[in-house]
Design a protein around this ligand. Sequence first.
Ligand code: F3S
Length: 520
Amino acid sequence: MPASGALLSIPRLVDAASPAEAAPTGSAQAGKAAAPAAGGGSGSGTFPDFAKDFLTSDMNGLGSDGKPTGQTMTFTGASQAGVTAETASKEMTLTQEEQDILDGKEGEEKAKLMKILVAFGNTFGAEKLVDLGGAPHSNLFVGAPYMGSMIDMLNECADAGLKSYATYTVNPRPYDVYNVQNNPKDMEQIYLGYPLQAKLDYVHSKLGAPDLNLRSCACYLDEIGNAPAPGTYVAWCESSAVNYGNSVLGIRTNRNGAGMDLICAMLGKAPLFGLMTDEGRQAKWLIDVKTTEVPDWGTLGTAIGRKCVEDVPYVAGIDKYFEGGVVTPDNLHKLKAMGSATASSGAVGLYHVEGVTPEPKEKGRDLLVEGYQTYVFDDAEQQAIIDTFENLWPDKDADPTAAFIGCPHNTYHELMKWGKLVTDALDKAGQEKTAIPVYMFCANPVRNRLIEEEGELASKMKRSGMHATNMCGVVYAGMKGFSDRVRGVTNSAKTRSYSTIRYFPDQILVNAIVTGKIKA
Ligand code: F3S
């Protein structure tokens, strides 16, 4: 699942290292069937052949040569080298109210949820539970059969009258039969592949999610409005939202596994550990960005994720790309692109940007731990990382067939930017239509804003072959047979990490969209 690594480790498609090569020290060893501290595996025994790709994840460290560095994710939110479930765990102290819930005084369902939460907290060495504020964000968005037991569990809770402590946001749905998959073959696959989608959507509705128009991974955008105040404890899922929230909004959440978001939401509590603590928010890496031009944000994020894995980076040298050190609706896409790449090529749940994000503004380099490591990202390093991006199309020399723009979901500013880039290029070429379909992934309110405020541009985009869609592009790319029939191109380093879609800078993409050819 693209959104949160803790439910299931993703087979690394692009940077495939053999399990043996990737084997680290510690408990979360690849290739040895040793389970990570939580969520990534199920215990002992040998893996069958068909599961071999699941033995390594893209959340292992890679050097700029594309080879494993030996550092692996520990699933603790803030890594402790060589940590194991046994050494990390502690007994939390509960308040009387929490103990009463555990003892069943508020009903059987709540007692079960509390039992899970206490076990979760104990496993990760939490001292106590804390009350949550703001609003939750959930990445439970795929109604596939393998989610059945989770959906049933949530349904039982909803039927017992439990609800989230606040109205919450949810990731985009996995398909869009209105704008993209509106053909019988795709629809058949969807209805067979996601038979539990309606049940899941209904559960969300009962637990307190708003209508489907608000589905988006970029829940923090003004148009969606889930942006809790700095310092608020929340329990979010969705790796890109978690690291944007922690870093740019200054909220405090761990990278929770899918489902834990709603367990915490129904109890209004989460265990205090990892990225929710001052200690867990200290940076172990100084990332010194020294590119001569604006860095490629997705490549920079990929490099950071591979280097830091799940450690917190402190990024210096990019404040000049944020006027006055302020993150605005017009520039936040840079951090969205960088951050989501750190969270998908690694498992970074929080990054600090010197002179830009809230905590470094207050504490500066005091956020760096003693003995921190330094990683210089210059032009040569950027190119070295780009050179590791393999062409995974079955027919490597063929032309692209579709463009995927916006993972995480596009902002209003990005919709306008791409609309102008593409329609201007079409005008220049004397063309009315793009050579390949362009999917603009965004929440419905973001699309609606474009229609309302830039109607002429929006209709020109639509007529030219640019389709606004509110689904998740990566799940679309995961459809059976997709990589055999679609040669995708994208501006998203996250999409690159999780699919066979190829990643290019904007200008090459615009050209590919207009001409149907890739020209460097
Ligand atoms: Fe959003 Fe799907 Fe990408 S949830 S971040 S569009 S993987």
